[in-house]
Design a protein around this ligand. Structure first.
Ligand code: 8YV
Length: 325
């Protein structure tokens, strides 16, 4: 029987052609993510799944696929939507796309730091509403980038790339990491998360979503931040407690936030965050450039094709648990 691959969202056609040349390829093309029922049905008898952040790939999905399933390839570097322990137990390789989006995500994060500091989205809305009547020297005052202190939570690939941009722009950078990074770029390691939060003018989150980082930034942590401080999240929504953040923004406990990721995602219509002026809300687009998304698609297909040929994915997060011999 020919191998079957499920692609859960529309993707670049040249990459789909690469899959089609080696496997029966099913692409779910309707704009919305697959419902749970659709996913459970569509995975049946698949050898590979080309997965996206919107798919919860847990043991039930793996079991619905059946014993043919050998690879789950995530379109992204973060793979918190995949139960990797369940995959390892079933000898299923999990692939991802590290490296290729690092600089793109860092460009975007630094743009958010600058935009939030200088209140760009708020100022744009002010002009569009027709409220800009005259020059006011005391209106829409922001926070300088140069000379400010940036606290990076998670000095990994993307965190370090953001740190390099910040250092080049005259910021002081401190970081908080569980492990000692290979190269800390000469930045100071904060003794604790609280120390980083208390000292920083800008805080940018770059840790993966794990049970340890779920709700890492809650009400107590937001109260530790300075009232002029800015929180930027381009990592994963559930690292921040949304209700606590909404309250901190409303009460002025912090000055503003810029969020590319939220919990829930998307933020539902009518959510109180949508009524606040001091927050920028973006639709999870940190890696969304033509060049980077094309490379991510190619890497995801590379991960699947390797497995169809009997090899491990070139970027495999659970290789030590896989034994196909
Ligand atoms: C992806 C991301 O765009 O790589 C990641 O972890 O969050 C983004 O780059 C997202 O996963 C879409 O599938």
């Amino acid at each position: 029987m020919a191998a079957k691959v499920l692609v859960t969202r529309r993707q670049f056609e040249d990459q789909m052609d690469r899959l089609r040349s080696e496997a029966e390829t099913i692409v779910l093309t309707r704009p919305a993510p697959a419902t749970r029922e659709e996913l459970l049905h569509a995975v049946k008898d698949c050898t590979g799944i080309f997965a996206h952040i919107t798919d919860r790939i847990d043991a039930d999905v793996m079991d619905a696929a059946g014993s043919s399933l050998r690879v789950i390839a995530e379109f992204g570097v973060g793979y918190d939507n995949i139960d990797t322990a369940a995959a390892s137990e079933r000898n299923i390789a999990v692939g991802n796309t590290p490296g290729v989006l690092t600089e793109t995500a860092a460009d975007f994060t630094f743009a958010l730091i600058q935009s939030a500091g200088r209140r760009l989205t708020e100022s744009d809305r002010f002009v569009r509403r027709g409220e800009w009547k005259w020059f006011d020297p005391l209106d829409l005052l922001g926070l300088d980038i140069n000379g400010s202190k940036l606290g990076i939570v998670g000095l990994g690939r993307i965190g370090s790339a953001v740190a390099r941009r910040a250092l080049a722009s005259g910021m002081e950078v401190i970081y908080f990491n569980r492990n000692q990074p290979a190269d800390d770029l000469g930045c100071r390691r904060a003794g604790s998360l609280d120390e980083l939060l208390a000292e920083s003018d800008f805080v940018s989150l770059h840790c993966p979503l794990t049970p340890e980082t779920y709700g890492l930034i809650g009400s107590a942590q937001l109260k530790t931040m300075q009232s002029h401080a800015v929180l930027v999240n381009t990592a994963r929504g559930p690292i921040v407690d949304t209700d606590a953040l909404t309250e901190a923004l409303r009460s002025g406990a912090i000055a503003s936030a810029a969020l590319d990721v939220t919990d829930p995602e998307p933020i539902p219509a009518g959510h109180p965050l949508l009524r606040l002026e001091n927050v920028t809300l973006l639709p999870h687009i940190a890696s969304a450039t033509v060049g980077t998304r094309k490379k991510m698609s190619q890497m995801t297909v590379d991960n699947i094709l390797a497995v169809l040929r009997g090899e491990l994915p070139p970027n495999c997060v659970n290789s030590e648990h896989i034994n196909w011999s």
